[in-house]
Every structure is written in C-alpha cells, then in structure tokens.
Design a protein around this ligand. Structure first.
Ligand code: AMP
Ligand code: ZN
Length: 465
C-alpha cells in the first residue's frame, strides 16, 4: 500500500519511496540531556515511534539513529548564551558528564514507560568529536567556513539558497530574535560550527582551532553522515528545529559534501499548555511523573497524543489526559472481551477494518483516523477473538501494550479496592476521634504511594513519585 508523508522541504505530502528497497534510514534529533525531558518533548518522540512502527507495519527494515546532545547546545538556539550542559552542571554542583549520564538515564526510563521502541543506534555527541572536527575542516577547505575570535562560522552567503526549509527572509534588514549581531560575522545569519572554549569551560577538546567544542548543528550533520551516509531517507524533529537547527544542518552538508542529506524532513508540532508553548525556559512544564501523580499512566499520555494529528498543535490539560486514561481502560476491557468471546465474525469485515486502519496510518500517520477505526471495533455489538487479534496487530503501531491489558486492569482494581477500604477505616477512626489510628492509616496509605488530602469536597488521594 502506498505511503504518503508530509515533507517540510517541499511543503507537500509526497509518496514515500525509500532509497534502498525494503529498508528505511532515519535520523532523529534526540534530547539535550541537561534536565528532565517534559511531556512536550515526548510528543516528538511518540511521533517518532509512530513513524518507526508504521514503517515496520509496512514491512520495512529500519536503520534508525537517534543522538543524545551532551555538549554544544547553547541556551539560545542561535549562537548566544551558555552551553546548557555547563550551566546545569554549575547549578547542580556536578560536572557536565555526570549531568548527561543522570538525565540520559531518566530519559530512557521515560521512553520505556511510554513503550517507545529503541532506535537501532543511540549515539552521544561527545563520542563523535573526531568526525565533527573532520567535517568542519571539509567545510573550511570548501570555502564555506571562516574563523573569528569566538570560533568557526559558516558563511551562508556562499550557498546558492539559504534558507530552504523555513520561510525566513534572510535578505531583509530585520533579522528577528534569533540573530545576534556579532561584528565579526560576515552575514547576520552565519552560525557557529565550532566554538572556542572559555578558560573555565569543562567540555572542550584539542582541535586545529585550540581548545574548543562543537556547535549543536554540526553534531547532528556529522552523526547522520557517520551512521547513515550522505543520503538517507528521513530526518525527524520538532517544528522548532525548522528555522535554525535543521536549516543549518542542510547548509553544513552542502558545505561539506554538496547536498542536503535527507529526502524527507518531518516535524512534529508543539504540545501547548493553556494555549502557549510548553518549554523548560517558560517554567510551565510537566513530566510523566506529574501525570502519574494525578492518576494518568504514561500510556494514557501516549493515547492522548493520538487525539490530534502530529502536524497540529495539541493543547494539554489534566482533564484531557485523565479522560484518555479512562479511554485506555475501556480499550483494554474491550480487547479482553473480544479475546474471551466465542462469537464469530466474517473475514471480510475484519479485512475491511484492517484496510481502513492501514490506509489511515499510511496517510501521513493519521492517528486520530486510525483510532476511530479502533473505537468502532471496540463499540461493535459483536465480540470476536478475530477482532482481538486484529487489535493486537494494530497495537504494533499504537504501542499501547494491549497484550498485557489484564495486568494493567488488575493493578488498578487492586490498588483502588485496597485504598477504598483503608479510607473507610480512616473515616471511621476520625468519626470516633481516634486520631492516632487515623494518622496510622494515613501512613499506611502513604506506604502504598498516595498522600491523603482533606479538602472541602472530602478526601482526595494524590500519587507520590
Ligand atoms: P530538546 O531536548 O530541547 O533538544 O528537545 C527535544 C525534542 O522535543 C525536540 O525535537 C524538540 O523540537 C521537541 N520539543 C520541545 N518542546 C516541545 C513541545 N512543547 N511540544 C512538542 N515537541 C517539543
Ligand atoms: Zn539535531
């Protein structure tokens, strides 16, 4: 079946045909590990997971590389500010390598909780420094780079076209917020390939330009080339990468080896909070653990993401994710009912559902449409084991771990029944003015991972993490 994907480069949905028959090569921009990843970041990785799973569903083998940025991402996406890793290290009184290790581990744990399949290769920027220096040298040798007192810069005026991904007007006088007017730069949109390190900078390497470190963009260009070659199928990231990071990646590849490396550039839209961007710098972020405290599993958040197409903005609310939690449990119950049913259903009906689901995912990952097929099956009056097996097949793309539905539901029931009994006992103790017993039960509930809150609407439980 034909696959169509939206390509930011051409601003069109195009038929996807891989370079190599039956094999797809993908590069995904991974996290900058200076802090915990938030649920907005994970929207981008859930999109990446859907893409991987959809391609596998279509029978492709994957060669998928994701990087870990552990150096060189400055506090502004342009070339101003401090390295995020060094800044976090100072704040936490650790060294940047410890910071990277700690937050990479936390990121991987959250990825697992979201049942996001692991890329074929996960590689750290700091493990590829030699190749990065080599690529900067090639860019310099080809006449696209120049040295200033701050580092090595890319001269965008040497390209026949810049930008190619975004609509930025680089010829105008108004250069917008991303531009730092540095008198040493030849053109305002020139960007740093390599950065000369200040004396107190910890992450720095010997290079032809003294003790220094890579710019964020050269890292991804180098790692993509090293592990996937100079031409691969798909490059993914969030929409914020379009105007700076990915634009500059394309420029660097043109400077080093003459062309854009990826045939398809795909970008996931933002998760919003109260209508605005969720971001670490604005301080309005939530982690998966914040959702769990309110009773929403990571997989409920994954299902919540399917309520909107990846190219549309999605507004986050706790109400929304809690209703996805209820929907997830309904889905699990529905799957189990079908699994245990002895009713039969015609193969034609099953294959019609399969085709509709397959068409939806192949149409630029239309997850809301794919989910509507799932709900039709769940709502159907007929329950059949054949439907259960079809749902298992769909779950290869949804990644909701439906096969383990029983365990998830059992856990919920066990916790809620036990907690209900404890709460009743505590209410009774309070009525009897047996404060000692009420406090003891509070502690017991705490041991099970919940805090009791006495509110004017009665008692509420909040999950601790
Ligand atoms: P970072 O760790 O900051 O490099 O970001 C990791 C990924 O998350 C990138 O692909 C970003 O584009 C993406 N991202 C950051 N904030 C959001 C958000 N609010 N919604 C969706 N994706 C985001
Ligand atoms: Zn990147």
């Amino acid at each position: 079946m034909q696959i169509k994907l939206y390509n930011t480069l051409t601003r069109k949905k195009e038929e996807f045909i891989p370079i190599e028959k039956n094999k797809v090569s993908i590069y995904s921009c991974g996290p900058t590990v200076y802090s915990y990843a938030h649920i907005g970041n994970f929207r981008a990785y859930i999109f990446m997971d859907n893409l991987r799973r959809m391609l596998k569903y279509n029978g492709f083998e994957l060669n998928h590389v994701m990087n870990i940025t552990d150096v060189g991402h400055l506090t502004s996406d342009a070339d101003t500010g401090e390295d995020k890793m060094e800044k976090a290290a100072k704040k936490e009184g650790k060294n940047p390598y410890e910071i990277a290790e700690f937050y990479t581990k936390a990121f991987m744990e959250d990825m697992e909780a979201l049942n996001i399949d692991k890329p074929t290769k996960i590689t750290k920027a700091t493990d590829n420094i030699k190749e990065m220096i080599q690529m900067v040298k090639e860019i310099m040798d080809n006449g696209y780079g120049y040295e200033t007192s701050k580092g090595i810069y890319f001269d965008v005026s040497k390209l026949d076209k810049y930008p190619v991904l975004s609509n930025n007007d680089v010829s105008g006088e108004e250069h917008g917020a991303r531009i730092d007017v540095d008198p040493e730069k030849r053109n305002p949109y020139d960007f740093a390939l390599w950065i000369k390190a200040p004396e107190n900078h910890i992450m720095k390497w010997d290079s032809p330009w003294g003790k220094s470190y890579p710019g964020w963009h050269i890292e991804c260009s180098t790692m993509g080339r090293k592990f996937l070659g100079e031409n691969f199928d798909i490059h993914t990231g969030g929409v914020d990468h379009i105007p700076v990071h990915h634009e500059n990646e394309i420029a660097q590849c043109k400077g080093a080896f003459g062309h854009n490396p990826a045939n398809f550039w795909m970008h996931c839209e933002f998760l919003l909070v109260d209508g605005g961007k969720m971001s670490k710098s604005l301080g309005n972020i939530y982690r998966l653990s914040d959702l769990e405290k309110k009773g929403a599993e990571p997989l409920a958040y994954k299902l919540f993401c399917y309520s909107s197409h990846y190219r549309n903005k999605l507004n986050f609310t706790f109400e929304g994710v809690l209703s996805s939690q209820k929907a997830l449990n309904r889905l699990r119950e529905g799957y189990l009912k079908n699994l245990e049913s002895k009713q039969d259903v015609s193969d034609d009906i099953v294959s019609e559902y399969e085709t509709r689901f397959h068409e939806a995912i192949n149409d630029d990952l239309n997850m809301p449409l794919a989910m509507s097929v799932v709900w039709e099956i769940i709502r159907s009056d007929i329950k059949s084991e054949k439907y259960a097996h079809l749902l298992e097949k769909f779950d290869e793309v949804l990644g909701l771990d439906l096969i383990n539905s029983k365990q998830y539901l059992k856990k919920e029931i066990e916790i809620s029944e036990e907690l209900k009994t404890l709460l009743e006992e505590r209410n009774k103790a309070k009525q009897d003015k047996n404060w000692e017993k009420a406090d003891k039960i509070r502690e017991e509930i705490k041991l099970r991972g919940y805090i009791i809150k006495d509110t004017k609407n009665g008692v509420e439980l909040e999950k601790i993490n």
